[in-house]
Ligand binder design. Sequence first.
Ligand code: XIL
Length: 392
Amino acid sequence: MSSPSDAKHTLINNRCDKKMTKTVLPATIIFLMLLASSCSNKETGLKDAFEGDFLIGTSLDARQILGTDKEAQSFIVKNFNSITAENAMKWENIHPYPGKYDFALADSMVSFGQKNGMFIAGHTLVWHSQTPDWVFQDSVGAPLTRDALIERMKDHISTVVGHFKGKVKGWDVVNEAVDEDGSLRKTKWLEIIGEDYIQLAFEFAFTADPGAEFYYNDYNNEFTDKREGVIAVINKLQQKGVKIDGVGIQGHWHLDSPDLNVIDESISKYASLGLKVMITEMEVNVLPTPPEVYGADVSQQAKYLESLNPYPGGLPDSVSNLLAQRYADLFSILLKHKDAVTRVTFWGVNDGYSWKNDWPIKGRTNYPLLFDRNYKPKPAYYAVIKEAEKQR
Ligand code: XIL
């Protein structure tokens, strides 16, 4: 495996060589020397290895958005060219009470992204989780009628998408609407409005910002039964002429699951519908996890047992190498599909920030990302860079 400095220099050299190969005139020599020196000083990161392939994103939480973590922002600018709010744009945060919107944190994230020329992804407009109970109730706590809930959803989507019009370039319009067996998930949205809530959400989003992209996002939607359900939802939207641009495969993955073939096949299937494919919330869990929580349903919790938290003091090399190999395999599939895959977003900037330390079991020490708790690249990082270099 190459060393950190090897990988960094290869990246710098690759970028600079392209600019330097032409024959130079004497008059431009000084200029080129300056350019060469600026190239050799230029810090490149993860995103640069995938330039021309797909965007590399990360989710951000308040500590990074507000800069309370002092190291975070320059690290993010170096390594990522797309950002997603981990929680700041979810209903419970951006629209906590009837008629009260709070854009402060999300606005800060958007201006950080704009300042640094990043693709800003919006997550998420219509979801069953992290949505307050009042959304589905009237002022005395009785369930809303279909018309009233449609009106409320319309107000939310037009206000939020309208607020970020031209700035947020793509929205997870509907999140996790399909169940494991491919049927529509039994949410309040479905119960009160009926199946067409999905279509209505996409239509309201389009009306609010016709220039943005609109996605359906889910976990486990690479597995056959659920995938068939998601494809049925997409087909219906497309038949009705509703604008849908892409599908997000969240990518809350494990060392041993899902099978690579399943991911490979799913990307092909979604792409064949004419959609962009994104991995929107990628990480690879390395801890033993009860099979019933091999998904990402945020309402699930499992009981803490010491046996389920085997590496509190650090990840053994043997597991770290397995993680590197798993990431290499995953990126080789993603690169194979680089015409369809437009963005790969990691769910967390480094291991310390991953939600997988607390979900589905609180208080564990997980290592699911490419950077460790001190922002140091892990073997998995170098394995991923190597995959990118292989195809050059
Ligand atoms: C998670 C966040 O990472 C946590 O901080 C929060 O407590 C719960 O939600 N699917 C999604 C994401 O679409 O929004 C979820 O994010 C993870 C599963």
